[in-house]
Design a protein. Structure first.
Length: 304
C-alpha cells in the first residue's frame, strides 16, 4: 500500500504521525486540506460542520423543507430558516432532531427491505423480521408526505406513535401488534426520542409504567442507554428492556450515525454559526434545491 502524506498550503505535513482522517475531495481528486478531521475526533468529539454539510447538508435541507416546512426563500433570493428557537437552545435542537429522526427512519424503511422488516418487527413486538412485513410501508405521523399522500393517517400531535406501518395495497389496513390474551387490537408503531441526556428528558417523563402502548426507540447521542435502562428497570421492573424501550444505535447503527452528524448541523443553525445558504456546498445542487423551495406553496412554521 502506498503511503500518502497530506500537506497543507505551505507544503508541510498536516499531521506529524500517520492517522486515519475524514476529508473532502476536490474535483481534481486531491484532498481539500481546508476541511479535514482525524477519524477519532470525528467519532468521539464535535464533528466538523464543514465536513458534515458536504456529506449530508443537501439531505438534511430536503427534510427540513419537504417534510417539516422549515425552509423558505426570502425576497432577496436567500434561503431563510423558519425554525422557532426557544430560550433553551438545546431543547430546540433536540426537538427538531426528533422530527428529523422520524423522516430518517421512514426513508430508511422505505428504501431498505431488511431495515423495514427489522423496524416493523420491533413495532409489532415480534421476534422475527418476517417477510410478511414487506406488504407494509412506514409512514411518519407528523411528516408532510403523510399529510399529502395519506391525510387520514396524519397526526402530528399523536403522543404515542411517530411512525406506523400501513398495507401498501390496502391503505386502511394498519400493522398491528402481536398481543396475547386480549381481544383488543393495538396499532403497531414506534415512538422516537433523541437526546444527549436521557435522565433529564426521558427517565421520569417518558418511560413510566404503561405510558406507551408502542416501543420507545431512544437514540442516545451520549451513549447513556444502558445506564438509563438499568435505572428504569430498578423502579419499573414491568418495563421490558429491549421491547418497550430499545436503543436506536443497536437497532439501526446507520440511522444513529446520521443523526449524530445532523445534530452538529442543527446545533450550528440554531446558535447562528451556520446559515441555511451554507448548508449545501455544491452550487448546482444548491440552485436546484432553491428552485424546489420556491415552487412550494402554503408552508407553515413548526414551533420547536
Amino acid at each position: 500500500m502506498q503511503k500518502t502524506t497530506i500537506l497543507d498550503s505551505t507544503g508541510s505535513p498536516i499531521f506529524q504521525q500517520p492517522q486515519l482522517v475524514v476529508a473532502t475531495m476536490n474535483s481534481d481528486g486531491s484532498i481539500n486540506t481546508s476541511s479535514i478531521q482525524p477519524l477519532n475526533q470525528w467519532n468521539n468529539e464535535h464533528r466538523s460542520s464543514e465536513l458534515v454539510s458536504h456529506a449530508h447538508g443537501y439531505d438534511l435541507m430536503s427534510i427540513l423543507s419537504n417534510e417539516l416546512s422549515l425552509v423558505d426563500v426570502n425576497d432577496e433570493g436567500f434561503l431563510q430558516s423558519k425554525i422557532f428557537i426557544t430560550p433553551d437552545q438545546n431543547v430546540s435542537v433536540m426537538r427538531l432532531l426528533g422530527k428529523v429522526a422520524e423522516a430518517v427512519v421512514v426513508k430508511k424503511c422505505n428504501e431498505d427491505i431488511q431495515a423495514n422488516r427489522r423496524w416493523g418487527m420491533y413495532a409489532r413486538k415480534g421476534k422475527t423480521p418476517h417477510k410478511s412485513l414487506d406488504s407494509f410501508i412506514a409512514i411518519g405521523t407528523g411528516l408532510n408526505s403523510t399529510q399529502r399522500l395519506y391525510p387520514t393517517k396524519y397526526s402530528p400531535s399523536d403522543p404515542q406513535r411517530d411512525i406506523i406501518w400501513i398495507n401498501e395495497e390496502n391503505k386502511k389496513q394498519e400493522l398491528l401488534q402481536i398481543t396475547k390474551n386480549t381481544n383488543s387490537a393495538i396499532i403497531a408503531g414506534v415512538q422516537l426520542k433523541v437526546s444527549l441526556d436521557g435522565f433529564k428528558y426521558i427517565y421520569r417523563s417518558d418511560v413510566a409504567k404503561g405510558k406507551y402502548e408502542v416501543p420507545l426507540v431512544y437514540f442516545d447521542l451520549s451513549n447513556d442507554y444502558y445506564k438509563l435502562t438499568n435505572a428504569i428497570y430498578r423502579e419499573e421492573p414491568d418495563v421490558k428492556i429491549g421491547v418497550d424501550i430499545l436503543r436506536g444505535k443497536d437497532l439501526d447503527p446507520e440511522c444513529h450515525d446520521l443523526l449524530v452528524s445532523y445534530y452538529y448541523l442543527i446545533l450550528d443553525l440554531v446558535n447562528g454559526k451556520m446559515t441555511m445558504d451554507q448548508m449545501i456546498k455544491d452550487e448546482l445542487l444548491f440552485d436546484s434545491f432553491k428552485k424546489e423551495v420556491q415552487e412550494q406553496q402554503g408552508k407553515k412554521v413548526i414551533v420547536v
